[in-house]
Ligand binder design. Structure first.
Ligand code: SF4
Length: 101
């Protein structure tokens, strides 16, 4: 079963954000999906915007490209800080991460 079928996201647009207050700085997310996550010199992970700049505003989100969905979901599952949140753009419901049902 694909990740999308499992979550019932049905190809809906998803976005991801990181709660830096809980980030341990281990870098797992940046290893899994370097196109989406990056560690800053402050030792915390941030999501990256369309032109690959780090988005450092609290709660900043970035779209999850479909080809990277599995990598992003794996990051959320493996994140030791439980601080990677993947949600639907349409209703902001979390579909992967600590607050997903
Ligand atoms: S996997 Fe989680 S805890 Fe580790 S660097 Fe990424 S956001 Fe931080």
């Amino acid at each position: 079963m694909s990740v999308q079928q499992e979550a019932g996201t049905g190809g809906e647009a998803l976005e991801v954000w990181i709660d830096q207050d809980l980030c341990t700085g281990d870098g797992i997310c940046a290893q899994y999906a370097p196109e989406v996550f990056e560690l800053d010199i402050d030792g915390l992970a941030y999501v990256k915007g369309a032109d690959a700049e780090m988005l450092q505003a609290p709660g900043a989100t970035t779209p999850v490209p479909l080809p990277l969905l599995t990598d992003v979901v794996d990051s959320a599952r493996e994140c030791p800080g439980e601080c990677i949140h993947v949600r639907r753009v349409s209703d902001r419901v979390e579909v992967y991460g600590p607050d997903a049902e």
